[in-house]
Design a protein around this ligand. Structure first.
Ligand code: HEC
Length: 140
């Protein structure tokens, strides 16, 4: 009786480990949400709708990021969004309350298909932000 019980325990422990690793592999929308709050909410707002504390000071108002898909005929343009975020990461915007965007390129790369069917090594934090934005798109 004892042996089968043990193997059952082993089986469930390894299932848990596999789940934990799978989780570790790809960034989730929730990882992106934290990054969004740190780097983007000053302009785009905590709800991403464009009313962050710095929004009023901008000549071009920050767009509502929950409507990207709606503006794009219902499809979330992953590659375009990634390249916007990449642009921030490579920019050298500085000023009071400005986030340090360069940190978005730090960390490991994960294979990410931004819509062309090819898995491209992409900075984990950029993917996390893109996943988050995709997760908050409003339906029409
Ligand atoms: C200094 C204010 C500011 C910060 C900080 C900021 N943005 Fe923006 N963002 C803007 C403005 C203004 C625009 C519209 C003009 C443009 O596209 O440059 C914009 C445009 C965008 C777009 C394009 C929207 C579309 O409809 O195609 C995306 C995506 C975006 N931002 C994501 C982010 C993310 C993610 C972050 C954090 C890493 C971020 N932004 C941080 C001001 C900001």
């Amino acid at each position: 009786m004892r042996a089968p019980q043990l193997s059952l325990i082993f089986a469930s422990v390894s299932a848990l480990l596999v789940a934990a690793c799978a989780n570790e592999e790809m960034p989730q929308a929730s990882d992106g949400q934290a990054l969004f709050m740190q780097n983007c909410a000053v302009c785009h707002g905590g709800d991403a709708k464009g009313a962050g504390p710095m929004a009023g000071a901008m000549s071009t108002p920050p767009p509502d990021l929950t409507l990207i898909a709606v503006r794009n005929n219902g499809a979330f343009p992953k590659a375009q969004v990634l390249s916007s975020i990449d642009g921030y990461a490579k920019s050298d915007m500085t000023g009071p309350n400005m986030p340090e965007f360069g940190a978005l390129l730090e960390g490991d790369l994960v294979p990410y298909d931004s819509g062309d069917g090819i898995l491209t090594p992409t900075p984990r934090k950029l993917v996390a932000l893109s996943q988050y934005l995709e997760s908050i798109q409003a339906a029409r």
